[in-house]
Design a protein around this ligand. Structure first.
Ligand code: SF4
Ligand code: SF4
Length: 147
């Protein structure tokens, strides 16, 4: 069951499982290989994606078994969100945690699960799956988001 405008009325730890999953906008940004600047601790995203990310739909291709197949996949829960500083500013969980409104392109607002792709926020068709490319310097793949 999804309660009306639950993202405005409840805290993350008050959401039921269906609401929790619906809060993910499906951008796929958290599934990119990331680097951390040693000096500033800043998280740097790359255009290289986890082997389980579908580069077209931005969905995990084995969500149920992801923790077993990708040991460094971080499971997001209401209690762990404060530890997930790598989440992009646009992330639905981060926004609700920080008391910010969801964007118009969030599927919960638009009613269209593809609006995150149409808006250009998702990483669809912009990433290289890690098991399909070879590279000498991962720094060549560092990207910045416009939002
Ligand atoms: S960054 Fe947040 S909203 Fe985007 S896919 Fe990851 S968990 Fe979902
Ligand atoms: S295992 Fe799935 S959820 Fe975890 S980082 Fe990879 S694609 Fe994303």
């Amino acid at each position: 069951m999804i309660r009306d405008k639950f993202w405005e009325k409840f805290k993350l730890n008050e959401l039921n499982e269906t609401e929790w999953e619906a809060l993910c906008d499906g951008c796929g940004r958290c599934c990119l290989v990331k680097l951390q600047d040693e000096d500033t601790n800043e998280i740097l995203y790359t255009s290289i994606s986890c082997k389980l990310l579908d580069p077209e739909t931005c969905r995990c291709t084995d969500y149920k078994n992801r923790m077993m197949k990708v040991p460094n996949c971080m499971k997001l829960t209401p209690n762990s969100i404060t530890e997930f500083g790598y989440l992009p500013e646009t992330c639905g969980y981060r926004k609700v945690y920080e008391g910010r409104p969801l964007e118009d392109w969030h599927p919960l607002i638009s009613g269209d699960k593809n609006s995150v792709h149409k808006s250009g926020v998702s990483v669809a068709y912009k990433v290289y799956p890690e098991h399909k490319i070879e590279y000498d310097d991962i720094q060549d793949f560092i990207i910045e988001f416009d939002d």
